[in-house]
Every structure is written in C-alpha cells, then in structure tokens.
Design a protein around this ligand. Structure first.
Ligand SMILES: [Zn+2]
Length: 288
C-alpha cells in the first residue's frame, strides 16, 4: 500500500518544469484525482532556485548516499541534504512510500522515467507508465543497489526520477512542461491503481538499462579535441550501431562508435555533465 507520496522539484535550481509544476500544484492543488494516499510537495534547493543555478556549492542530487549523510561537509548542499533527510527520510526508514523527484535535461530525452532499481514495484510502475504513456522512455539504473544511490529520491521507501527534455537550463518550454505534467499525473494514477490491486495484468514493456558514461576525447592538456557529431546530436534512445559517427574532431576527422553491439545513447550533450566532459551515456534495451 502506498500511503504517502512526496513530489519534489528544484533539486537542481535551474530545471524549471518541475519547479513550476510544484508551484502550480501548491497554489491550485494536484489536478489529478487520487483518494487512496496523501500527496505532499516540496522544492528542495530554494537557494539554488533563487540564484537560478543548478547548485550553490555542489550537486544536491549526489548527497544522499548513507556515507555522505553520515559525514556531511560544510557546503550548502551537504547541509541541506541533512535537513531534507530529516524531513522526508530518514533514508532506509522513510515515512514516505514513494518520492518522485522531477528534473529537466538539455538532451532530447522526451519524457523519461528513471528507475534506480528493477524490483517488482518498479517493474509494475514501468509497465503502467508505458501502457498509459507509450511515448515515455523507461531508463533503469540498477547497476548498484537502490540504497547505494546518492539521489534524493532514494530517501523514500521507493524513489524515482522524472527527467524531461530537451530544455535549456533556466528556460520553461510549454511542450516540456506538458510532458512533465503528463508523466507526473501518470505516476499519481499508478499509485491509485497499485493501491487498488489493478496491476496484475500488465504486459512486459521495453526499457533501457544504463551501461556507462562516454567522455569527450581530450588532448594532453585536457582540452577537448571534438564535439558531438551532428548525426548523434538529439538522437537520444535511437540505436547507435558500431561504426556510426559519435564525435566530429576539430581537425575534420570523425570518431565512430567502436563497441561490439548497438547501444542506446542518452543524456547526449547534457549541459550539466559538460564540466565532467561526459558526452553521453549508453544503455542497452531490455524487457521489464
Ligand atoms: Zn536535474
């Protein structure tokens, strides 16, 4: 039984769709019908929202591993994580059955539901979402156990992230806002159906499972020698085949995908990962 659900946004202060959605729900109420659980809302990093930045000192959405919560640093986000853990955790014993954390990406990932686990609850959620919203992408990040993830959503007994794009940082696009609203509403409907035991007949669905991050090629001074190839740009979740170009080098040459199998690229040219020189992430296709 899902009794308490927390919708969070503003974990990154310049990802506007979720922030606007939470403000609208706080002002007008959630527009989707539910009666079997309590729904709460929260803006996570108010200081980053005011400053219109992703974070003040460091990424809030990397502060929620148990070791980090046990040994906080003197940064704004590390201290904020302790507060949030007290409010909606504590991690491992949360009063919230489900935490939904809403994000934007500058990559063209459409409406993506990120699942930090493939336990049966998440499989049910994925199948329900794909049935109601077939254009949604399901991205599974179960390369480490749920509780080892540093994500804010893992404070909940269950936790997921909504990731919608492409939208530039600090910009609000209507199409991206509407997709965010649709996916959030679908999760409200899922909780209602889950509580009513109406989920047993759901068919397996297609999903993507994270493999690895691919970095931009650098020279010996740490400077980039290439950019995302135009044939890869905006092709999130489109199969990338061995031999297809991924980088256009500034000397005019190309670098191709040298993997042995096709992969599904995502977070292609994500602005927030540029500092770490992450060019894109790969996934393989799976059935959930
Ligand atoms: Zn984010």
């Amino acid at each position: 039984m899902i009794k308490n659900v927390m919708f969070v946004a503003g974990t990154h202060g310049n990802e506007t769709s979720g922030i606007q959605l939470i403000r609208n729900w706080q002002r007008n109420g959630c527009p989707y019908k539910y009666s079997t659980f309590e729904l709460s809302t929260m803006l996570a990093n108010e200081e980053a929202i005011v400053r219109n930045v992703r974070f003040v000192d460091e990424d809030l959405n990397r502060q929620f591993s148990l070791p980090k919560l046990a040994n906080p640093e003197l940064t704004l986000e590390s201290q904020l994580a302790i507060d949030i853990n007290a409010r909606i955790g504590p991690k491992g014993e949360s009063q919230y059955d489900l935490v939904v954390d809403i994000h934007n990406t500058t990559s063209h990932m459409g409406a993506t539901l990120i699942l930090p686990s493939s336990a049966p609850f998440y499989v049910s959620m994925a199948r329900f979402v794909k049935q109601v919203l077939p254009e949604a992408n399901i991205l599974v990040e179960d390369e480490i156990p749920y509780e080892e993830h540093p994500y804010l959503c893992t404070l909940g007994k269950y936790g997921v992230m909504i990731e919608v794009g492409g939208q530039p940082q600090s910009v609000l696009r209507e199409d991206v806002y509407q997709l965010t609203t649709l996916l959030a509403g679908t999760l409200v409907a899922f909780c209602e159906s889950y509580n009513s035991n109406e989920l047993s007949e759901l068919a397996p669905c297609q999903a993507y499972r994270f493999i690895e991050n691919i970095h931009f090629p650098l020279d010996s001074d740490g400077q980039r020698i290439a950019m995302i190839h135009h044939q890869l740009q905006d092709k999130d979740f489109v199969p990338l085949l061995p031999g297809q170009p991924i980088f256009k080098c500034f000397d005019g040459t190309e670098k191709v995908w040298e993997g042995n199998t096709e992969v599904y690229p995502h977070f292609i040219n994500e602005a927030a990962y540029s500092k770490q020189h992450v060019a894109f992430a790969t996934a393989d296709s799976c059935l959930l």
